[in-house]
Design a protein around this ligand. Structure first.
Ligand code: SF4
Length: 374
């Protein structure tokens, strides 16, 4: 167990989230939901549906902080190396929820240094993607730019870079390897930079937020563990509180493997023309049976279905309606053709509305984030 590792840069397929939670000491998110309700706040769709399945200190750091009226921040990063897709939207929805419900200040790192080092993309393209794809789509989805601090990593300034320098003196190569496995110099720098992304909102220069939460996919836990350790090790040098984290399940691509910009046939992008997105959707892997007769007799298997994933994560916000789809699938009352046609209508409507907002969002995006000069 002890030598099990997650690779934040690799292709992780998690089959058993409860086991992963236990191996890495992540607490179940279900224990926090009553506390959120006690604070008078509604849990989000992704919390209610178990998509956010785990946490570290969300109750102690964030819910208690909210109850005491303290300032809360949520920080995440996007590597601008491809187009914005429904996997990114899952993180965006969490940012928007925290901004609207907990009143959190949002920090968004555009990981241009990492995209350059790890993905080897040209700098100009990285900067263009950061603004036109990531910032613009986040704003079009409803993130309030007035309560968000968007930045490119290479532009962030001296106190942020000072943290990276301090962190580099507090870890050994052996410890980094124990957390991440094989490491290149660029991945070492990327890891320490991500720790600075998470912790720099705590510095006075960036707002002095001591209640910070990081929403991550299950595969990103190594960054969280490293960052929380670094807080302890810098005691006496700089006062940094350990951040909280929430962990979400990874939405699958339309073939059942990982959703990724590098697999465009199996990934729906928020800028796909609606007819293109619908064609991909209609070819998606379902949990249907070999024949209609068999499906009526045995029912479908929504747990195996990538169409159902899209309903669960994104396209069916009403819990009662989702429960009806699940029942009708399981009982064999509804077949996949009918189900997909209903989903295709929703997908098309969502994309049309979203894309109608994109042009204005791109204008705003260009004005709220400063591009690096090289
Ligand atoms: S009926 Fe719908 S939810 Fe069930 S397996 Fe088919 S496409 Fe998936």
């Amino acid at each position: 167990m002890a030598e099990e590792r997650l690779d934040p840069w690799g292709t992780v397929e998690v089959k058993d989230y409860d086991r992963l939670r236990r191996v890495f000491g992540i607490r179940p998110f279900a224990e926090v939901i009553p506390k959120i309700r006690e604070a008078g706040l509604p849990p989000s769709l992704h919390m209610r549906r178990g998509i956010i399945f785990g946490h570290r200190d969300f109750d102690k750091v964030i819910v208690e902080g909210y109850m005491k009226g303290e300032k809360i921040a949520i920080i995440t990063g996007f590597m601008p190396s491809g187009r914005f897709h429904f996997g990114h939207k899952l993180t965006a929805d969490q940012l928007i929820y925290m901004q609207r419900v907990f009143g959190a200040k949002v920090f968004i790192a555009l990981a241009d240094a990492e995209a350059y080092a790890v993905r080897r993309l040209p700098r100009r393209e990285i900067i263009r993607l950061g603004i036109e794809e990531y910032v613009a789509n986040l704003i079009a989805l409803g993130l309030d730019p007035d309560k968000t601090d968007f930045y490119f990593q290479t532009n962030r300034g001296t106190p942020y870079y000072r943290l990276i320098q301090l962190f580099s003196g507090k870890v050994t190569a052996a410890e980094m390897e124990a957390i991440y496995g094989d490491l290149t110099p660029s991945k070492v720098v990327a890891s320490l930079t991500q720790a600075a992304d998470i912790l720099h909102p705590e510095l006075d220069e960036y707002g002095g937020y001591k209640r910070v939460v990081v929403p991550v996919g299950a595969d990103q836990d190594p960054h969280i563990r490293l960052t929380r350790d670094l807080c302890e090790r810098l005691r006496g040098v700089v006062h940094l509180e350990r951040p909280a984290a929430t962990y979400h399940k990874l939405i699958r691509g339309l073939d059942g493997a990982k959703m990724s910009s590098s697999r465009p046939d199996y990934t729906i992008f928020l800028t796909d023309p609606p007819d293109v997105a619908v064609r991909k959707f209609m070819r998606a892997l379902t949990g249907g049976r070999a024949t209609a007769e068999e499906q009526r007799r045995l029912g479908g298997e929504p747990e195996k279905c990538t169409v159902y994933d899209l309903y669960l994560y994104h396209l069916v916000p009403d819990d009662n309606e989702l429960a009806r789809i699940y029942r009708d699938c399981r009982s064999g009352t509804m077949l996949c053709g009918e189900c997909k046609r209903m989903g295709a209508e929703r997908l098309k409507a969502f994309l049309e509305e979203h894309q109608a907002r994109l042009e204005e969002a791109r204008e705003i995006a260009r004005s709220v984030v400063e591009p690096p000069s090289f």
